[in-house]
Write a protein that binds this ligand. Structure first.
Ligand SMILES: [Zn+2]
Ligand SMILES: [Zn+2]
Ligand SMILES: [Zn+2]
Length: 153
């Protein structure tokens, strides 16, 4: 866990009020190398804010995601999850392991070719793009490979 993350400042920069609940929410997310569901976060928040309802958690997560303070994971199972990236200053994408829920930085973008295609062939302009890569991390792949060995060709 990173002790010196200045969440107050991060919120202020996005003109969001640094409420105790938002600070706690960021604290919880930043401490995890995995994505969390709103329910997971709610359970943890309830230890500190006993009267807090799940809709409040949803609402605050949306505010934070809209300001790109946290990342919304668009999971193939259609559930919503959230993740706090510690390298948010630099444009990059994420690899999401659906086995252990770990999120890892991809140190590059790799979308240049698509941008080129849009500009050259479609004569359009790129404003933004979304990319999240889903799969199994090294640990999860070796785990599933050893348990599926018999079925491998
Ligand atoms: Zn990241
Ligand atoms: Zn994994
Ligand atoms: Zn990119």
């Amino acid at each position: 866990m990173e002790e010196n993350m200045d969440f107050q400042n991060i919120l202020r920069n996005s003109r969001l009020k640094a409420t105790p609940k938002r600070l706690a929410l960021l604290d919880i997310l930043a401490a995890e190398p995995t994505y969390l569901s709103p329910e997971d976060i709610w359970k943890k928040l309830k230890e500190r804010f006993t009267a807090m309802g799940l809709p409040t958690v949803y609402r605050n997560l949306e505010y934070l995601a809209k300001e790109n303070i946290i990342i919304k994971v668009i999971h193939p199972n259609r559930q919503l999850y959230y993740y706090f990236c510690h390298n948010a200053d630099q444009h990059h994408h994420h690899f999401v392991c659906t086995g252990c829920k770990k999120v890892e930085d991809l140190a590059f973008c790799g979308m240049d070719k698509i941008e080129e295609e849009v500009k050259k062939k479609l004569k359009g302009n790129v404003v933004s793009h979304l990319l999240q890569v889903f799969g199994f991390c090294k640990e999860c792949s070796s785990r599933s490979q050893s348990s599926r060995k018999k079925r491998q060709p």
